[in-house]
Design a protein around this ligand. Structure first.
Ligand SMILES: [Zn+2]
Length: 354
């Protein structure tokens, strides 16, 4: 079914008056080229060729908009051809937007695609150390550039990995949505961290990882600069957070040594999930950098990098079904302490096998 593209319906967000949050309408993304799985059909789970002539992200290939990819090696970033947000999205400033039931606003922003490597057959778990460090530099460069745009309030760097997540192209890549508004969960996290700072004169997530449980039962691993932990309040089975041990609001705040440490720990976690599930593990990874608007509460934010795989067992997906969809409260089928123990063991085995 092809979406009907209109000048304005393609580029707007609409206010949900019951939930007090924005719903992004981006019909254009429904028309992007699809090389992923479709309902009732298995796609090729194993990618074996280093270069795929039909892939829109492989080096030297022509994308669906006619542009030719450079002969890149290592990571490479470009503007998403099927963006949900764009700098030239229509403005509704002249529209009567005073109706509280039917409000809309502009989808202003930037959508970027980050290819991790020119190799079609690799993932962040399998690329070389030098390639992974270059990915860390790309994360930092992209954040620094996009957060400087005065129209941008939030830069979300993320990866949807695997056909189970609905990835449209198996080429290893992540994305960035840099938006003119701050997302709902970011708003909540900002408010919570600011209130904690005012009440306790400290950083909430640093106080969290200072708790004894994160030295033992909820710890996955630790490096010079970061802790990898399963939060006590994990919402998803095998969810893991990477948190800096010192205050850092965003990846732009980090030294080269911290950034490199983060990239390598993230790669080890990607390998850990493959060991845990004994397969190339699908995952959703979300880099929670502080919002970059002028709100004074941004100063209390602590960077955290969250991985939330959709699997609860190697062959079982966790669906957001009736209760979760109806309430937005998640049912976690695995006790976080048990998840941390399994992840800890898988982390050790991933280290000895590489
Ligand atoms: Zn490719």
């Amino acid at each position: 079914m092809t979406n009907v593209i209109t000048d304005q319906g393609n580029w707007e967000r609409r206010w949900h008056p019951l939930l007090s949050q924005w719903v992004v309408v981006a019909a254009r993304t429904g028309n992007r080229p699809w090389n992923g799985a479709t309902v009732g059909e298995e796609s090729d789970a194993v990618v074996t060729s280093a270069h795929d002539k039909s892939c829109h992200l492989c080096a030297g290939n022509t994308r669906s908009n006619g542009e030719i990819n450079p002969d890149y090696t290592g990571p490479w970033a470009f503007n998403n051809d099927y963006a949900s947000f764009a700098p030239d999205a229509p403005s509704f400033e002249n529209e009567n937007n005073n109706n509280p039931l039917h409000r809309r606003d502009s989808n202003q922003g930037h959508c970027r695609v980050l290819c991790w490597t020119e190799r079609h057959d690799q993932t962040l778990a399998s690329i070389s150390t030098d390639n992974m460090l270059a990915v860390g530099q790309l994360w930092q460069n992209e954040y620094n550039t996009l957060s400087q745009d005065p129209e941008i309030s939030q830069v979300l760097i993320f990866e949807n990995k695997g056909q189970e997540i609905g990835v449209s192209n198996p080429h290893p890549h992540g994305q960035i949505y840099a938006t003119s508004f701050v997302g709902d969960s970011f708003e909540r996290a900002r408010k919570a961290q600011a209130e904690w700072a005012r009440d306790n004169s400290s950083v909430m997530l640093l106080d969290l990882i200072a708790r004894e449980e994160y030295q033992y039962s909820l710890k996955v691993s630790e490096t010079d600069h970061f802790m990898a932990i399963v939060p006590y309040f994990a919402r998803f089975a095998y969810e893991c957070w990477i948190i800096p041990k010192a205050a850092a609001k965003h990846i732009g705040d980090m030294s080269d040594a911290q950034r490199d440490d983060l990239a390598l720990l993230y790669q080890k976690m990607a390998k850990t999930y493959n060991v845990l599930f004994q397969r190339e593990s699908p995952n959703i990874s979300l880099m929670y950098n502080a919002p970059c608007d002028t709100h004074q509460d941004n100063q209390h934010w602590q960077f955290h990098f969250v991985m939330q795989p959709p699997l609860r067992e190697p062959d079982k997906l966790k669906y957001l079904a009736g209760f979760e969809s109806g309430t937005a409260n998640i049912v976690n089928p695995v006790q976080p302490e048990a998840a941390a123990q399994r992840l800890r063991e898988a982390f050790k085995s991933a280290e000895t096998n590489t």
